[in-house]
Write a new protein. Structure first.
Length: 463
């Protein structure tokens, strides 16, 4: 006897009964027969769930040719009180199509919710061969190149091996019809003294709003070629800060963004050691517009904020306006080449250029207790060529300049430049390795000059 039970349009289960089982059903009383049938149905449901689970997991289900369901006669004692066990629910009977998402590749569902989650990041190990004793063994920064007249000038070179750039991130998205898309992103790495974990990004998204710590609105990472050196964007205008940003797509090609951001670096040089301290009195306001076409993108942006010196009752009080303008972009040339640019100019905004962060490059507090803003310029140019499906090369040039008054730290970076060129081998999407040559120079406030070179090798596994 053969019974066919439909499971779904793509799954059918066949169950056979031997003659003894069939005869056993016939010989049961009406009440016993009903219980036996219920038991049979429950066992069939369990079998259905097993087959569904096997199909989703990609496992070949057991053959149904010899599947025999044995019906035993229930005990005549306590039939009225006998409880039949219900089949257990399983989360594996999901439709296989729901386990993946074309809109969110690499994610998986948090079962029982409308939320998906993804883990990403990379492992990276670097070997640095430095020829001139630059002061940072992990990244090639303009400000760390020893200059004439300092004890470090003429240092011997060294070798440094580290894996601290390794990072991990968590991307969570909640999408329910009729409600704004919700998301959260968290990322950290170990690029700190002692390989301690440090926070890079921590923000939530609600529809078109971003709230939390991330790249500033005027940071445009697409204008950076792929570089092995962690400080490849030395002349990039931007950084990471806490913010509230609204982004709106006007057309498929054009979008705008408006943000309120924390001014992370106040950057006021107190050369005359006057009483007081730099203080925040207002956030930074940033406006950006992106225009995209088939082979490239153009970004225009501006920002404005207020610098303030608080005399704390015994010193001077003064304010100054900080502003900046940005033009950046990327242009693909065919399928094998690309070119990038990132140019910024501003007053009192030097600390927003990565090369000048932490060097009091925004303003000077003069002898009269007045703030004098410092004009700042940054230029970052780059490009790349794909030799074939596995080999590529990238190059980058960065230049930073400050028009500083004499009343500044004599060894503070005044202007500098750095160049990179590399060769990358990527046999598969997840793994890459390569070598990069770097050279750089810096001129400090007292006009002393320093130059340096280094080579860096890496191995990287991304996931």
């Amino acid at each position: 006897m053969l019974i066919i039970i439909g499971l779904s349009p793509t799954l059918i289960m066949a169950v056979t009964f031997d003659e003894n089982s069939t005869e056993a059903v016939k010989n049961l009383s009406i009440e016993e027969g009903m219980l036996a049938q219920e038991e049979m149905i429950l066992k069939l449901q369990e079998r259905i769930l097993q087959l569904e689970s096997s199909r989703i997991a990609g496992v070949q289900p057991p053959s149904t040719k010899d599947t025999t369901l044995i019906i035993s006669k229930p005990s005549s004692k306590g039939i009225a009180h006998q409880k039949l066990s219900k089949p257990k629910k399983t989360t594996q009977n999901l439709n296989a199509n729901k386990l993946t998402s074309d809109e969110f590749p690499g994610s998986w569902p948090m079962l029982g919710t409308d939320t998906r989650i993804k883990i990403g990041g990379y492992f990276k190990t670097d070997l640095v061969v430095d020829f001139d004793g630059t002061l940072d063994k992990d990244q090639f920064l303009m400000s760390t190149i020893p200059v004439e007249g300092t004890p470090e000038y003429g240092n011997d070179g060294y070798i440094s091996l580290f894996a601290k750039e390794t990072r991990i991130n968590l991307d969570i998205r909640h999408n329910k019809p009729g409600l704004p898309t919700l998301g959260a992103f968290f990322e950290g790495d170990f690029f700190s003294d002692g390989n301690l974990f440090r926070l890079r990004h921590a923000y939530i998204t609600v529809g078109d709003f971003l709230i939390g710590q991330s790249w500033t609105t005027l940071t445009f990472l697409e204008s950076l070629p792929f570089m092995i050196d962690f400080a490849a964007g030395d002349a990039l205008f931007g950084g990471r800060t806490t913010q509230i940003r609204y982004t709106h797509s006007i057309t498929d090609q054009w979008k705008v963004a408006l943000a309120i951001e924390e001014l992370s670096y106040l950057g006021i040089e107190n050369y005359y050691d006057l009483p007081g301290k730099a203080q925040r009195k207002s956030p930074l306001i940033a406006l950006r517009s992106d225009y995209r076409w088939d082979s490239g993108v153009l970004v225009l942006g501006t920002s404005v904020s207020q610098l303030h010196w608080d005399g704390e009752g015994s010193g001077p009080n003064d304010d100054a306006i900080q502003y900046n303008f940005l033009v950046a972009g990327r242009q693909n040339i065919g399928t094998e080449n690309y070119f990038t640019w990132n140019i910024s100019y501003g007053e009192g905004s030097g600390e927003n250029i990565l090369a000048f962060m932490g060097s009091n490059a925004n303003a000077i507090l003069n002898s009269d207790g007045k703030l004098e803003t410092i004009p700042a310029l940054s230029v970052a140019l780059g490009g790349g060529h794909q030799w074939n499906s596995k080999w590529s090369s990238n190059l980058a040039y960065a230049y930073g300049w400050l028009d500083t008054p004499d009343s500044r730290n004599p060894l503070a970076l005044k202007r500098g430049e750095i160049g990179h060129i590399n060769l990358i081998w990527q046999p598969v999407k997840q793994f890459s390795t390569g070598i990069e040559y770097m050279w750089g120079a810096q001129r400090v406030q007292n006009n002393a000059l320093g130059k340096a070179e280094r080579i860096q090798l890496m191995a990287k596994f991304a996931f």
